[in-house]
Design a protein around this ligand. Structure first.
Ligand SMILES: *Cc1c(COP(=O)(O)O)cnc(C)c1O
Length: 348
């Protein structure tokens, strides 16, 4: 069991005046992750969850969390390259409207609010697992009013909604919740991991993305199951993952082709599997950085030797007998800089 895959504990830590900030991660230049203390549990208990250390008994030493919304604001103000903050957990939507508001308010109101911040994202499974939060719960009205208030402030409010299966979108209460959230002006993007035994077929993903578009959700990411937890049971080989993605994608209208996948959240960045091919007699995977510790890597395509059993970037070796992938020496440099107390994500 690997509680924090992709070196999150050591390589993503933001600092202010030389001091490490708890409950935040800053890996990609434009986006900061924030883990509010009261949001470190979830409506769902997905046995494949890569955040399991946040809300199981491994102990509080393994939990990312912060109760300090002012510190988040100060970091954002002092780090002008950040455009986007993502509230995550656990699930931030387990919080009451009052508590959620205490975190959001400093980011949108008053002279101290970060002008550089364009978007507040909330990563949540609640639209699938507790849609009543936005329909009949006593706090539903206050939650929706808070969302509308954020939108009226001029910043974008966007849900990163975890939907793993079309079945979760078929429930009439889920559909009502989605409408209610969208009516506040908030956007909803759909993302999920590809999980063997649960959603490992192209039909499931095609049906899910089509239904998302019909409901006004923007299909966003198909993730590869991470190298954490009981991944040997859930993971799908990259070759099969790419087949499932491509078959599903080819059956979509253009409006649903906003989705990218399969995507690995690995230490150097988010790496997409964009194809397989035979080049100069060698069968290869075509890979692409969609996010990267060094922004210069973004969009760059690189090749790995085809391996039908590989399930993660670390299983792959460079094509054509190359010793290393193009990014590896630079990545080592960045890790060294991080150890010395400078932040790799501040690279320009
Ligand atoms: C996925 C991820 C993000 C957000 O990436 P987007 O491509 O902007 O959705 C931010 N930080 C970390 C550490 C991530 O893994």
């Amino acid at each position: 069991m690997n509680p924090h895959p992709a070196n999150q504990k050591t390589e993503n830590v933001p600092r202010l005046d030389g001091k490490e900030l708890p409950g935040m991660q800053h890996k990609y230049r434009e986006t900061v992750l924030f883990f509010p203390s009261e949001g470190q549990y979830c409506h769902a208990f997905c046995t494949y969850c890569f955040r399991w250390a946040q809300f199981t008994s491994v102990g509080s030493s393994q939990t990312f969390k912060s109760g300090n919304g002012e510190q988040l604001r100060d970091y954002l103000v002092r780090t002008p390259q950040v455009k986007d903050v993502l509230f995550t957990g656990g699930d931030p939507m387990v919080m009451s409207p009052e508590v959620l508001s205490s975190y959001l308010e400093p980011l949108i109101e008053g002279p101290g609010a970060p002008q550089n911040l364009d978007t507040i994202r909330i990563g949540s499974k609640s639209l699938a697992w507790w849609p009543y939060k936005y329909t009949t719960d006593p706090e539903a009205k206050d939650i929706l009013a808070l969302f509308e208030h954020v939108v009226r402030s001029g910043k974008q409010l966007a849900f990163q909604a975890h939907f793993s299966h079309p079945r979760e979108l078929e429930h009439p209460v889920a559909q009502q919740a989605i409408r209610n959230v969208r009516m506040t002006g908030a956007q909803i993007r759909g993302q999920a991991p590809l999980i063997r035994h649960v959603n490992d077929s192209p039909e499931i993903w095609r049906d899910m993305w089509n239904l998302q578009v019909k409901l006004g959700i923007i299909p966003y990411y198909m993730f590869v199951e991470r190298d954490t937890g009981a991944s040997h049971y859930w993971n799908v080989p990259l070759a099969r993952a790419h087949e499932i993605f491509s078959e599903a994608y080819s059956g979509l209208a253009g409006t649903a082709r906003t989705v990218r996948g399969p995507s690995m959240s690995a230490s150097p960045g988010k790496v997409g599997v964009i194809g397989t091919d035979t080049i100069a007699g060698e069968k290869v995977f075509l890979l692409q950085f969609w996010q990267a510790r060094d922004p210069k890597w973004i969009g760059r395509v690189f090749l790995a030797k085809y391996d039908p059993h590989a399930t993660w970037l670390s299983d792959l070796t460079p094509a054509f007998g190359d010793k290393e992938f193009f990014f590896e020496s630079r990545y080592r440099e960045i890790v060294e800089m991080t150890k010395e107390g400078s932040s790799g994500q501040l690279l320009t």
